[in-house]
Ligand binder design. Structure first.
Ligand SMILES: Cc1cc2nc3c(=O)[nH]c(=O)nc-3n(C[C@H](O)[C@H](O)[C@H](O)COP(=O)(O)OP(=O)(O)OC[C@H]3O[C@@H](n4cnc5c(N)ncnc54)[C@H](O)[C@@H]3O)c2cc1C
Length: 492
C-alpha cells in the first residue's frame, strides 16, 4: 500500500500552498481535492492581495503588516498573476474625519515598509478623473496602493509547482474516511465509484469552510474545531467607469464594498457578509444580496445599476475562527493551526481562517509545524518564483514584447490575457504556432483548441467550468453555443 509523509485535504490556495512548500522540502505529498482545484472559496474571493486597510480600524497592525509583506513577495514571485492597483476611498460623512483618514493611509504606507508600489495620496475628487463617475461631485478622496490577483490561477500555479516537485495531486477525489492505525493515518479516497486506501504519516486539514465538517464526519476520533461560516457575495457588472482604479465605498450602515476593474469589460462589486450554516458548497448570491450590492453601487455611481444587467454572480464562504464575538465583518482574519494527536500518534493539523494574501506564510507555518514529526529541509518559498513568474528584470512588459516578436499574429488583448494567465509558460502553451490557425478551432471568446489541450494536459482541467470559470474567466458573458463548444471539445 502506498505511503506518503503527508496527506493534505483540500485543493484550495492553502492546500496547494502547503503541498508546494512540503514537496519542496523533500516530503512525499498527497493532495486530495473532492472537486476541481480552487472550486471552493479560493476562486470566489474578492481577488485582492492586500494588507486590508479596514483592519486598521480594529488595530490589527500585525496582521496588516504581515499581509503587506506577503503582498510584496507575491508581486515578486508571481508578477503575471498579481497586479498593482490603486484604490480610491471617496470620503463620506459616516467615515472618520478627513485628517484621521489621511493618517490611516500614511500608516498603511508605513506598515508596507519599502514597497515597490507608489505611496498613498489625498485627492480632490472635483478635479481628479476618479471623481467623474461618482454621483457626489467633489470632496476628498484617499488613494492608496494594493494588488489584485487571479485567485484560481494562483491556486493552479501552486499545484503545478507542487506536482513538479513530486507531489501527487488528485482532483475529483474525495477523502471519505481517515483513522489512525498504529503511527499512520489510513485514508480512504473515493474517485467516482473507485475506492483506494492509502497511508500517510501526517494529515493536514486544509478544507477551508469544510474544515469543521471534515473533522466531524470524516476524521474519526479527532477533537472538533470551531469554524464560523460567513458568506460573501459578489456581482459582475458591465464596466461602471473607464479608468483603471478601484473604489472602496462605505455604506451608511458602515459596511464597506469594493468596486474593482474585472477583465477588460466588467466591474466586480462585493461583498456582503451573511452568517450561514450547512454545506458551504451550496452558497450562491441571493436576490436580496444582488439587490443590496446594486443599490449600494448606484448610490455612489452616476450610472443606473440594475439586477437585470448583472452578468455574473458568485459567493464564497469564509471559514473564520469562531472566537464567539463581533459581527462577521469585524471577526478576525487571523488564522489558527489546531494540532490533534498525543505523543507517538500520527498528527493532524487543521488550518482555520486566514486570507488568500497570506497563504504562503500560513503554508510555511503549517509545514514548519510538521517538522515536529517529520525530518525536512528548511523553508524556501519566500524567494522562489511560482511557475511562469520568472519574468526577470524586463518584467511583464518584457514578456508582452517577446510575445509580440515571436507570436505577432496574436491580437493584443489575447496576448495580454494569456501572458497574465501563464506568465513565461505562455510560450509552452503556444508551442510552435506561427499563425492563429495553428491554435486550432476557436471555442469560446479567444480560447482555441490548443489552449484547451494545454489546460487538460498540464492543469487538471476536466469540465467546462474548470476551463471557463477557474483557469480562465472566459465563461463570464459567454454564449451557450460557446459553452457547448468547450463541453464537446472536452468530451472528444
Ligand atoms: C467572499 C470572500 C472574499 C474574500 N476576499 C479575499 C480577498 O480579497 N483577499 C484575501 O486575501 N482573501 C480573501 N478571502 C479569503 C480567502 O478567499 C480564503 O482565505 C481562502 O480562499 C481559503 O482557502 P482554503 O484553501 O483554506 O479553502 P478553499 O479554497 O475553500 O479550499 C478547501 C477545499 O477543500 C475541499 N474539500 C472539502 N472537503 C473535502 C474532502 N472531504 N475531500 C477532498 N477535498 C475536500 C473543497 O472542495 C475545497 O476546494 C475572501 C473570502 C471570501 C469568502
Amino acid at each position: 500500500m502506498k505511503e506518503f509523509d503527508v496527506a493534505i485535504i483540500g485543493g484550495g490556495i492553502n492546500g496547494c500552498g502547503i503541498a508546494r512548500d512540503a514537496a519542496g522540502r523533500g516530503l512525499s505529498v498527497l493532495l486530495i481535492e473532492q472537486g476541481d482545484l480552487a472550486s471552493g472559496t479560493s476562486s470566489y474571493s474578492s481577488k485582492m492581495i492586500h494588507g486590508g486597510i479596514r483592519y486598521l480600524e480594529h488595530y490589527d497592525f500585525r496582521l496588516v503588516r504581515e499581509s503587506l509583506h506577503e503582498r510584496e513577495l507575491l508581486l515578486k514571485n508571481a508578477p503575471h498573476l498579481v497586479r498593482p492597483m490603486r484604490f480610491v476611498i471617496p470620503h463620506v460623512a459616516s467615515m472618520r474625519p478627513a485628517w484621521m483618514m489621511k493618517i490611516g493611509i500614511r500608516l498603511y504606507d508605513f506598515l508596507a515598509g519599502r514597497s515597490v508600489l507608489p505611496k498613498s495620496r489625498v485627492l480632490d475628487l472635483a478635479d481628479d478623473p476618479a471623481g467623474a463617475p461618482l454621483r457626489a461631485s467633489g470632496g476628498a478622496g484617499f488613494e492608496y496602493s494594493d494588488c489584485v490577483a487571479d485567485d484560481a490561477r494562483l491556486v493552479i500555479a501552486n499545484a503545478i509547482d507542487a506536482q513538479e516537485r513530486g507531489a501527487d495531486i488528485r482532483t475529483k477525489t474525495r477523502l471519505v474516511s481517515a483513522r489512525r492505525v498504529g503511527q499512520r493515518w489510513e485514508l480512504v479516497l473515493a474517485e467516482g465509484v473507485k475506492r483506494e486506501t492509502l497511508h500517510a504519516r501526517a494529515l493536514v486539514n486544509a478544507a477551508g469552510p469544510w474544515a469543521g465538517s471534515v473533522i466531524e464526519t470524516i476524521v474519526k476520533g479527532a477533537a472538533p474545531v470551531n469554524v464560523r461560516l460567513v458568506k460573501g457575495s459578489h456581482i459582475v457588472y458591465p464596466r461602471l467607469y473607464t479608468h483603471d482604479r478601484a473604489y472602496v465605498l462605505q455604506n451608511n450602515d458602515g459596511r464597506i464594498i469594493f468596486a474593482i476593474p474585472f477583465g477588460e469589460k466588467y466591474t466586480l462589486i462585493g461583498t456582503t457578509d451573511v452568517e450561514i450554516a450547512g454545506d458551504p458548497g451550496h452558497a450562491t448570491a441571493s436576490a436580496e444580496e444582488i439587490q443590496y450590492l446594486c443599490r449600494l453601487a448606484e448610490h455612489f455611481f452616476k450610472t443606473a445599476v440594475e439586477p437585470s444587467r448583472v452578468v455574473w454572480t458568485f459567493a464564497g464562504v469564509r471559514p473564520l475562527i469562531d472566537d464567539g464575538k463581533g459581527s462577521a465583518s469585524s471577526a478576525t482574519r487571523e488564522y489558527k493551526i489546531v494540532a490533534d494527536g498525543s505523543y507517538g500518534e500520527a498528527p493532524l493539523l487543521s488550518l482555520i481562517g486566514g486570507k488568500l494574501t497570506a497563504y504562503r506564510a500560513m503554508s510555511e507555518d503549517v509545514v514548519n509545524k510538521l517538522g515536529h514529526w517529520l525530518a525536512m529541509r528548511a523553508a524556501w518559498t519566500a524567494n522562489e518564483p511560482l511557475p511562469g513568474g520568472d519574468l526577470g528584470a524586463r518584467g511583464f512588459d518584457g514578456l508582452l514584447a517577446d510575445l509580440a516578436r515571436d507570436h505577432a499574429y496574436l491580437p493584443a488583448a489575447t496576448a495580454r490575457r494569456i501572458a497574465h494567465a501563464y506568465g513565461r509558460r505562455v510560450m509552452n502553451m503556444l508551442g510552435d504556432a506561427k499563425k492563429i490557425e495553428d491554435l486550432g478551432v476557436r471555442l469560446a471568446g479567444d480560447l482555441h483548441a490548443r489552449e484547451l489541450a494545454y489546460l487538460r494536459e498540464h492543469e487538471w482541467a476536466k469540465t467546462a467550468d474548470d476551463v471557463l470559470f477557474r483557469r480562465t474567466k472566459l465563461g463570464v458573458g459567454a454564449s451557450q453555443i460557446e459553452i457547448d463548444a468547450v463541453k464537446t471539445a472536452l468530451a472528444a
